[in-house]
Design a protein around this ligand. Structure first.
Ligand SMILES: [Cu+2]
Length: 239
């Protein structure tokens, strides 16, 4: 349910990969913006990792953080990635994003009346993981940093929530990608790093055998040159 009690501002919830009816798609121009309360309805037909964001003045509202992860569990419940798929013991949800703090001085409707407010010019100065500052806090913040015991399996639900391409490296750990964008891969693939663009999701399971602290880095890349514009860091600790 989208609840917007202020009634002064408009928002929607647009889902990636859920395939709802048009009136539940949350694309303001094709359905409607919500100034009060609306309950979006759709069928959760495929287990997996999904992404949603506000689709009103989208470029600015998504940048402001109006997005999130949506997890659909199979009938077996949490602990199984999809029906008949692999099991996991520990789950981490990492939605990685870049922020241009200069945009955060704009009003919610900035640029919607034809004015140029600079939303074509993104110069990120913060790099975050699930809302946590990736320059410092994410290394230890338990909302992001993850601990797993040897012999257990860790599911990382990685979401590229930024506008720019990203490269996530798992600190030397090798993981197995089982799903992308809410669908199982025909064959799982082994990775030590992944590249992703806006709203892409990868579900990666790690089964670490060696105790240690593994530093995960998420580089935000210039979409033309590939230059690293900033890096968010967190940790997988294996005990
Ligand atoms: Cu919004």
């Amino acid at each position: 349910m989208l609840s917007n009690p202020g009634m002064m501002w408009l928002h929607t919830i647009h889902h990636h990969g859920i395939e709802p009816s048009t009136e539940n798609d949350g694309v303001g121009h094709y359905s409607f913006d919500v100034s009060g309360t609306y309950t979006y309805q759709w069928l959760a037909s495929h287990a997996g990792t999904y992404f949603y964001h506000c689709h009103t003045n989208t470029v600015l509202h998504a940048e402001m953080g109006m997005y999130g992860a949506l997890i659909v569990d199979p009938p077996e419940g949490p602990g199984t990635l999809y029906s008949g798929g692999p099991r996991y013991d520990v789950e981490a949800i990492w939605a990685c994003d870049e922020i241009d703090s200069s945009w955060h001085r704009l009003g919610w409707a900035a640029g919607t009346c034809g004015g140029d407010v600079g939303l074509n010019d993104l110069n990120p100065d913060y790099f975050i993981i699930s809302g946590v500052d990736g320059a410092r806090s994410a290394l230890t913040d338990p909302r992001v940093a993850t601990t797993v015991r040897r012999g257990e399996s860790l599911l990382v639900r990685y979401i590229c929530a930024g506008y720019l391409p990203q490269r996530i490296s798992f600190g030397g750990l090798t993981g197995t990608v089982y799903m992308s964008d809410g669908r199982a891969l025909p064959r799982p693939i082994e990775v030590t790093a992944l590249e992703a663009t806006s709203a892409e999701r990868y579900d990666v399971i790690f089964r670490p055998q060696q105790a240690g602290v593994y530093e995960v880095t998420v580089d935000t890349l210039d979409w033309v040159t590939g230059e690293v514009l900033g890096t968010a860091r967190t940790r997988i600790t294996v005990i």
